[in-house]
Design a protein around this ligand. Structure first.
Ligand SMILES: [Zn+2]
Length: 465
């Protein structure tokens, strides 16, 4: 997730936040939170199942622009004797007399702004539609002595209700939505969703006309092509896309968003997006194509550990390039792939890819993952003219949980598919060496691997026919 201010670099910032949430303790009654919008505005009423010295919010990251806790800017505790305090980097509900009452009501103004490494608490649409992030209402007991959150606590069950009418939740309309899913959005208001066989989308009506036209055209094609080539995406219901327009802020070009289970959010902002231009167009397409690919490579099947994220990030990159080429015959990924190749070489000298997360060198997963994808693509082409979609589809099909797999594409699964396509065990061994051991000459080694599948890259010696 995260905001993309500059388009291509921005991709590399799409790291999903890892935040501790409640453990599964099914015997314990949950904390119940009723989130209501009515004539009096927005409120959240917490019903706590037990006495506690405080209730802390595990998701308490700062607001990016304001550089402070966002609840103190937008929440007001209504219950007498209870206050919201910022302790270190955690928001905590505390009582003046020590024990927090079993029922606490908070009034709030939805905070539709960016947080550091967490999802926007609210996504505001210009027609009044508003999406609230569920996980920001989840709480854990707070321990006064140690001044920290308890390691275990009850789950939080949230009930969302709009006095004015139904809500949209997971692509369906509901009178009220009850959920323990702490990583999704619930949509309030009366949006006009666009629904196709493969997705439900809400696109802000004030989005500049050319971008709206583009989204209406590109989004359904993207999801239809991925579904056609990679199979059904796992999970119930159709993927949902929430695309908001934050206005023509002067001097800004911002194309951001996040991807959650079955849900892609897009946030567009800035006067740089008002008039049609190629750079903005490519930025939006790129974002949707890359993030959309994660519904398959990332959600339907996952990687085993962060060290393997070259499989999902590089894979989503190459799928995105090939998808855009397919939708737009005027687009050629060659120049972008050449840049990616150079980035990978620059980040790989004597630095094993599998250790990139320890170096905080996350970009390497995107760049070298794309290059490794090109090797897989070449292997698939030698295998009766298959392509990278076929390669990924085989990995999805043989590992997805709803077909009896473990839901994980391990490095061995990936290399096994490479050998299945190429019949070249030596290539798999060379690639494994590159990932885990590294090389002092990435250009030599990667060119050699590409040559084995009849491919080349800038700076490689020509491949003999
Ligand atoms: Zn990604």
């Amino acid at each position: 997730m995260a905001r993309l201010v500059v388009m291509v670099a921005a991709l590399f910032a799409l790291v999903c936040p890892a935040i501790a949430t409640a453990q599964d303790t099914p015997d314990e009654p949950p904390v119940r939170v009723e989130v209501v919008y009515d004539a009096g505005g927005w409120s959240a009423t917490f019903h706590f199942p037990s006495d506690a010295q405080g209730w802390a919010f595990p998701r308490s990251n700062r607001a990016r622009r304001q550089n402070s806790g966002w609840r103190e800017l937008s929440w007001t505790v209504e219950t007498d004797g209870v206050s919201l305090q910022r302790i270190g980097e955690t928001d905590v509900l505390l009582a003046d007399d020590g024990t927090v009452p079993r029922k606490v009501t908070v009034r709030f103004v939805p905070f539709a702004d960016d947080l550091l490494a967490d999802y926007d608490p609210a996504l505001r649409f210009t027609d009044g539609t508003l999406a609230l992030f569920t996980g920001h209402f989840a709480v854990m007991p707070w321990l006064r002595e140690t001044q920290e959150m308890a390691e275990e606590g009850p789950e939080t069950e949230m009930v969302f209700r709009d006095a004015a009418g139904p809500l949209l939740y997971k692509g369906q309309r509901h009178r009220a939505a009850t959920t323990r899913d702490d990583a999704t959005y619930v949509v309030f208001g009366d949006p006009q969703p666009i629904s196709t066989d493969h997705l439900t989308a809400i696109i802000d009506p004030q989005t500049p006309a050319w971008l709206r036209r583009e989204l209406l055209d590109f989004l359904p094609q993207t999801f239809a092509i991925y579904a056609d080539r990679l199979g059904d995406q796992a999970g119930s219901g159709k993927p949902m896309v929430l695309s908001s327009w934050a206005g023509a802020t002067p001097g800004v070009v911002s194309q951001g968003g996040s991807v959650l289970a079955g849900l892609l959010t897009v946030r567009l902002e800035g006067d740089g997006l008002v008039e049609e231009n190629v750079q903005a167009l490519q930025g939006v397409r790129w974002f949707i194509a890359h993030e959309g690919a994660h519904f398959w490579l990332g959600q339907t099947v996952e990687y085993e550990s962060a060290a393997d994220s070259w499989i999902t990030e590089g894979g989503a990159n190459l799928l995105a390039y090939r998808l855009i080429e397919r939708i737009d015959p005027d687009y050629d990924a060659g120049a972008d792939l050449a840049n990616t190749w150079q980035s990978c070489l620059a980040m790989s000298v004597s630095k094993p890819l599998a250790e990139a997360d320890e170096r905080r060198d996350y970009d390497a997963y995107y760049a070298c993952g794309t290059v490794i994808g090109m090797i897989a693509e070449g292997a698939a082409q030698t295998n009766g003219g298959r392509d990278f979609f076929d390669f990924v589809a085989a990995l999805v099909a043989s590992n997805r949980k709803d077909a009896g797999g473990d839901g994980i594409v391990s490095v061995d699964d990936w290399l096994g598919q490479l050998v299945a396509e190429s019949g070249d065990e030596e290539l798999a061994a060379q690639l494994k060496h590159f990932v885990y051991r590294g090389t002092d000459d990435p250009q030599r080694d990667l060119c050699a691997m590409l040559a084995r599948v009849g491919r080349s890259a800038p700076g490689c010696a020509a491949v003999a026919d």
